[in-house]
Ligand binder design. Structure first.
Ligand code: URP
Ligand code: ZN
Ligand code: ZN
Length: 458
C-alpha cells in the first residue's frame, strides 16, 4: 500500500513546514514539496496539521485493581486511543507480590494478543524485588525489549516496595540500560490519613483529596530523586500533579541531575473542587486533582523544560464500579477515563490558548516519550525511515466532549461538556489508515508489540 499525504503543515518537535509525505507499506519514504509519486491513496491535508502519531506512555487496560478491573480492555482502549490520535500506548504489567515477573508478563500477553488496534508496549511494575526478580529484570531488558520498570511508593500491602528494594532495583536497571519509573507519594502518611478520616466518619470523595496532601508527593519525589542520584540510575516520575513535587525535581537540577517527569492532562485542566460534587467519585484518582496554583506550576514546568511528557493515566471504571465506594472514599476504584482526549485536550488548552508552541506539543505528546522509552526514531517523529504513524488534525474545528460520542468503554465522561478547538480527523498507523471519516478501519490484532531499547537523552 502506498499513501501520499498532500500539502499539510507537518509539525515535528523541531520544525513546521508545508510538505507532502509519501508512505510505502509501513514506513515514511519521502517528505518534500510537490512530491512526484503516484500513490494508491491520496489524502488532502491542506489546512491541516500533520503530527507524529501520539504516544501515551501511561495507560491501564484490563487491569485488576481495588477489587475490580479497569473497564477498557486492549481492544476498546486502543480503539479509543486511535480515535484520539494516539497510535501507541504503554500499559503497566503488575507483578503479583510473591509471584514472578515472567508469570505477570504471560498474563498481560494473553490480555493483549490479537486484541490491540494501536501499537503497544509494557512497563513492568516490580512489586517485590529480590534475587529472583533481579535476574528477571535483566532478562526483560536484554531479551524482551521491556526496559522500563514501574515502582510504587504507595498502595502498601499490594504494590508498594520499600526503599531498600528501590535502591536494589535501580542498581540493576542502571547496570543493564533501563529506566525506573515511579508513583511517587508517601504511602505511610497517606494510609495514616485514610485511617484517621475513616475513624472520624469523614467518608466522602473530598477526604480522598485530603488524605493525599501535596507534601506526600513532594517528599516521595525528593526521596526518589535522591535514590536515583545515589545509584546513578535514570528515572521518570509518572503523573506529577503539584508545585511541591515539581520543586523537588527543580531542586536537584542544582546538582546537575535530570529527573524525567510526566504529568497528565487532567492535572493541567481539572482541579480538586470536583471532589465537593455529589458525583465526585468520577474523579477519584491517585494522586488526586490539585489546586489552580498547581496547574499554573505544571504549565510553567512544561515551559521551563522540567516536565517532559503528558500522558493520561487512563484507568476507567464504570459508575457502578465507582459506587463500590459510595459509603467510603477509600473503596472507590482509583482512576478516570482519558485515553481518547489527550491529544485534543492538550492542543485546545495548550496550543490554542497560547501556553505552548506546536513543537512543544509534539515533544509532550510523542517525541519525548519515544526517546525516553527507547523507541526513537522508529516512533515519535515524521522522518524518512520512521514508522508511518501520523495524526492529522483540523486545527480550528470546534466540538464538545461527551459520553455520547466517546469510544471508551465507560458510561460517563470526566470531561462532559468540555469545549474543544481542534479535531483529530485522520490517523495512520504503520502506513494503514486507522481512522477516517469517524470510522475505525483497523481490526483487533493489528496493533503490534514494540520492543524497546535504552532511554535516550532528551
Ligand atoms: O488513580 C490512579 N492513578 N489509578 C491507576 C493506578 C495508578 O496509580 O497509576
Ligand atoms: Zn500511579
Ligand atoms: Zn497509573
Amino acid at each position: 500500500m502506498s499513501i501520499l499525504i498532500k500539502g499539510g503543515k507537518v509539525v515535528t518537535a523541531a520544525d513546521e513546514f508545508i510538505a507532502d509525505i509519501y508512505i510505502e507499506n509501513d514506513k515514511i519514504v519521502a517528505i518534500g514539496k510537490n512530491l512526484p509519486y503516484k500513490a494508491e491513496k491520496v489524502i488532502n491535508a491542506k489546512n491541516r496539521l500533520v503530527f507524529p502519531g501520539g504516544i501515551d506512555p501511561h495507560v491501564h487496560l484490563d487491569m485488576p485493581f481495588m477489587g475490580t478491573s479497569s473497564s477498557d480492555n486492549y481492544e476498546t482502549g486502543t480503539r479509543a486511543a486511535l480515535f484520539g490520535g494516539t497510535t501507541m500506548v504503554i500499559d503497566f504489567i503488575l507483578q503479583t507480590q510473591g509471584d514472578t515477573l515472567k508469570n505477570a508478563l504471560k498474563t498481560w500477553q494473553k490480555k493483549s494478543e490479537n486484541k490491540a488496534l494501536s501499537d503497544y508496549s509494557y512497563h513492568m511494575a516490580v512489586t517485590d524485588f529480590n534475587k529472583k526478580t533481579e535476574k528477571e529484570v535483566v532478562d526483560l531488558i536484554t531479551k524482551e525489549g521491556i526496559t522500563s520498570f514501574k515502582t510504587f511508593m504507595a498502595y502498601k500491602g499490594a504494590l508498594m516496595i520499600d526503599d531498600g528494594q528501590m535502591v536494589g532495583l535501580m542498581k540493576t536497571v542502571k547496570k543493564h540500560g533501563g529506566l525506573v519509573t515511579v508513583h511517587a507519594t508517601n504511602g505511610d502518611i497517606i494510609d495514616a490519613l485514610i485511617a484517621k478520616h475513616r475513624a472520624e466518619k469523614k467518608l466522602s470523595p473530598w477526604y480522598h483529596y485530603l488524605s493525599q496532601p501535596e507534601v506526600t508527593e513532594a517528599e516521595a519525589t525528593a526521596r526518589f530523586s535522591d535514590m536515583l542520584a545515589y545509584t546513578d540510575c535514570p528515572g521518570y516520575v509518572v503523573h506529577m500533579t503539584c508545585e511541591g513535587a515539581l520543586n523537588a525535581v527543580r531542586n536537584v537540577t542544582k546538582r546537575n541531575q535530570k529527573v524525567l517527569v510526566e504529568t497528565c492532562t487532567q492535572y493541567l485542566v481539572l482541579d480538586a473542587s470536583l471532589y465537593k460534587k455529589k458525583d465526585g467519585a468520577k474523579w477519584v484518582m491517585s494522586p488526586p486533582l490539585r489546586e489552580k496554583k498547581d496547574q499554573t506550576a505544571l504549565w510553567a514546568g512544561i515551559s521551563q523544560g522540567l516536565v517532559h511528557v503528558v500522558g493520561t493515566d487512563h484507568c476507567p471504571f464504570n459508575l457502578k464500579q465507582k459506587q463500590m465506594g459510595a459509603k467510603d472514599f477509600s473503596k472507590i476504584p482509583n482512576g478516570h477515563p482519558a485515553i481518547e482526549h489527550r491529544m485534543e485536550l492538550l492542543y485546545s488548552e495548550g496550543v490554542k490558548k497560547g501556553k505552548i508552541s506546536l513543537q512543544k506539543y509534539v515533544e509532550l505528546t510523542s517525541t519525548n516519550a519515544a526517546k525516553i522509552f527507547g523507541m526513537y526514531p522508529q516512533k515519535g517523529s515524521i522522518a524518512i525511515g520512521a514508522d508511518a504513524d501520523i495524526t492529522i488534525m483540523h486545527p480550528t474545528k470546534k466540538h464538545t466532549l461527551s459520553k455520547k460520542t466517546h469510544h471508551m468503554n465507560v458510561d460517563y465522561s470526566a470531561y462532559e461538556g468540555f469545549k474543544i478547538t481542534g479535531k483529530v480527523e485522520t490517523v495512520l498507523i504503520r502506513g494503514q489508515i486507522a481512522i477516517e471519516n469517524n470510522k475505525c478501519l483497523v481490526a483487533p490484532g493489528f496493533g503490534k508489540f514494540i520492543k524497546r531499547g535504552s532511554p535516550q537523552m532528551i
